[in-house]
Design a protein around this ligand. Structure first.
Ligand code: PLP
Length: 441
């Protein structure tokens, strides 16, 4: 039962705090007093260091599209590990993975691999600036795109520091270069007219608009078709590029969210599922735009894209195996499970009368402890201010799920893998209903 001060996880966390700030090398989603330490994973299940088995509904923040240790993925990694683990030469697996992704994504003719989504986004931004010769990147307030200084502007701005929305002025994240917001234009999610006039006002300097079509930080607020269509039209008219950050959203459509939405990006940043669970990032686009990275005619690199581990053979082998397994039937089955989960969660929210809302799409679901939502970061900040018990409810909910066999994302998200079954989904729905009853009591 969590928390248990004598547990192995608790002891490991005490040890970790001595040698890592916050006891971690990343922002692990957990609530105090300590995170659960993992010992092993198998399919949909993860076993912690105290021997407790839970259904994993985080799936390494969505990168494990087939859950843990899928036999074909681990076999591909093992086979590759016996041949080469890292090499300063290209490998055939890199071409294979590039071919799979280019075939699936209508806007991607060519691709370059890196080691994280952060790098994929950073490369997308550099490519856009190099291609257009312009400096400004527009992004949505509150959208998370990884840790690159430009992409991180106004990811978590404090409500006390908001600039007027029509100014487009952003705030550097703590630790970023103080000038990193100078070349960033901050947009409000789904504000069609406000965004249009901001883009036009900066048109001659605008290199690209960076957009994630389903923003996790905005309680899975989807970008509306009207908004995306406007971004597509305006960037084109202004001679700027449209960058889709599909690091997370790639699983929403068979050819990424773009295919689902019918919008063609100029540049796409990728990561997560394409690496089969190993560290990965990528940037892709038309051959013309990708020539900003490397000019094939001149045989010259333009944007510097070194990386000791870029296109690492283990990652490429795992990615090829995972993406082959994620074929159309697997993709469609997974989305049906996602529908089942969102429908079931909505039903328990209604049945319990809880002040909560369910959002998400395809194989992603979110349950947030306030009604009404809001589309922009500012509206959501207001919802949080008006509902001061939201984080306490999220914590109670998370701990109930944890103590009843479900590992979920702390702020309220569930990410499915092809290893999940209908019974797994039904277990989550049942426990979510009980958690909401307990919270109400
Ligand atoms: N972009 C989006 C939309 C993400 O969700 C993430 C990670 O969660 C990133 C970029 C950064 O990817 P990575 O964590 O692989 O650096």
């Amino acid at each position: 039962m969590f928390p248990d001060r004598g547990s192995n996880s608790s002891k490991l966390f005490d040890r970790a705090l001595n040698v890592m700030p916050g006891g971690n090398s990343r922002h692990t989603v957990y609530f105090p007093p300590y995170p659960i330490y993992a010992a092993r994973g198998e399919g949909a299940w993860v076993t912690d260091v105290d021997g407790v088995k839970r259904l994993d509904f985080i799936n390494n923040y969505s990168s494990l599209i087939h859950g843990h240790c899928h036999p074909e993925v681990t076999a591909a990694i093992a086979r590759q590990a016996g041949l080469l683990t890292a090499i300063s030469l290209p490998t055939e697996a890199e071409i294979e993975l590039a071919e799979i992704i280019c075939a699936r994504m209508p806007s991607v003719d060519q691709i370059r691999f890196a080691n994280s989504g952060t790098e994929g986004v950073m490369m997308a931004i550099k490519t856009a600036r190099a291609y257009t010769g312009r400096r400004i990147i527009a992004k949505i307030e509150g959208a998370y795109h990884g840790s690159d200084d430009t992409a991180a502007v106004s990811t978590y701005p404090h409500p006390g520091r908001f600039s007027p929305p029509e100014s487009g002025i952003g705030i550097p994240e703590p630790g970023s270069a103080p000038g990193s917001a100078a070349d960033v234009l901050v947009l409000q999610m789904n504000d069609v007219e406000g965004t249009r006039s901001l883009l036009r006002a900066h048109g001659t300097e605008l290199a690209a608009v960076l957009v994630d079509p389903l923003v996790k930080n905005l309680a899975y607020q989807p970008a509306s078709i009207e908004f995306l269509t406007m971004l597509r039209e305006e960037t084109k008219a202004l001679g700027a590029l449209l960058i889709f950050d599909e690091v997370y959203s790639l699983r929403l459509g068979f050819g990424g969210a773009q295919e689902l939405l019918g919008i063609k990006a100029d540049i796409t940043a990728m990561g997560k599922i394409i690496g089969g669970g190993l560290p990965v990032g990528a940037v892709g686009g038309s051959a013309e735009i990708m020539s900003a990275v490397y000019d094939q005619r001149e045989g010259k690199a333009r944007v510097s894209h070194g990386g000791t581990y870029n296109a690492n053979p283990l990652t490429m082998a795992a990615g090829v195996a995972a993406m082959r397994l994620f074929d159309r039937p697997a993709f469609e089955r997974l989305n049906r499970l996602g529908d089942r989960l969102r429908d079931g969660l909505t039903a328990v929210v209604e049945a319990t009368g809880a002040d909560a809302m369910v959002r998400g799409a395809a194989s992603i679901a979110g349950l947030f402890h306030a009604r009404g939502g809001g589309q922009t970061y500012r509206e959501l900040a207001k919802v949080r201010m008006d509902n001061p018990d939201m984080s306490r409810k999220a914590e109670l909910f998370f701990h109930h799920m944890l103590n009843n066999g479900v590992l979920m994302g702390g702020p309220g998200f569930f990410i499915l893998s092809t290893a999940h079954t209908e019974a797994d989904v039904d277990h989550v729905i049942e426990q979510a209903g009980r958690a909401l009853e307990l919270i109400k009591a």
